[in-house]
Write a protein that binds this ligand. Structure first.
Ligand code: FES
Length: 155
């Protein structure tokens, strides 16, 4: 299997924007994730060297915050809420329907790298639950059919 070669020079741009102080660790991780789609080990190592922060600390921060992802993600990301309000309104049925349709479990990515499907607990919009984030967009009042249609319409 060929390993993808990462263009670490993109970190130069990021460092120019947010600086290379130790306190810039979180903003750099955020920008790096935005640039690479996730935080590959090579990128974490490079950030550790640039900021003179031990790799263990960089890893600690990257694994502590749920916003950071250390494994590749699909071109699209759906985060289905199964918090209390969404749960009582049928989120579980949506999750089962999506898992069946995609042939993956929540937390996984489809083999064609198109979609990462995750379950989260409260998106802060309980009134429109069951709710989900489809990429950057909140969708509410979901039922299984509506979510399956949304998935079908993703490019
Ligand atoms: S419980 Fe789902 S948005 Fe709050």
């Amino acid at each position: 299997m060929t390993e993808e070669v990462l263009d670490l020079t993109k970190l130069d741009e990021i460092a120019k924007e947010v600086g290379e102080e130790r306190g810039a660790l979180i903003p750099i991780l955020q920008r790096a994730q935005h640039t690479y789609g996730y935080l590959p080990k090579e990128v974490l190592r490079a950030i550790s060297e640039r900021l003179s922060v031990p790799l263990s600390r960089v890893l600690g921060v990257a694994t502590f915050y749920s916003q950071f992802h250390l494994t590749p993600r699909g071109r699209h990301v759906i985060q289905q809420c199964d918090g209390t309000a969404c749960h009582v309104r049928g989120a579980k049925r949506i999750i089962s329907a999506v898992e069946r349709k995609l042939g993956i479990k929540a937390g996984e990515m489809t083999p064609d790298l198109k979609l990462t499907y995750e379950v989260v607990y409260c998106l802060g919009c309980c009134a429109i639950g069951p709710a989900a984030m489809v990429d950057e967009q909140v969708v509410g009042q979901l039922v299984p059919e509506k979510m399956l249609k949304i998935i079908d319409e993703l490019e």
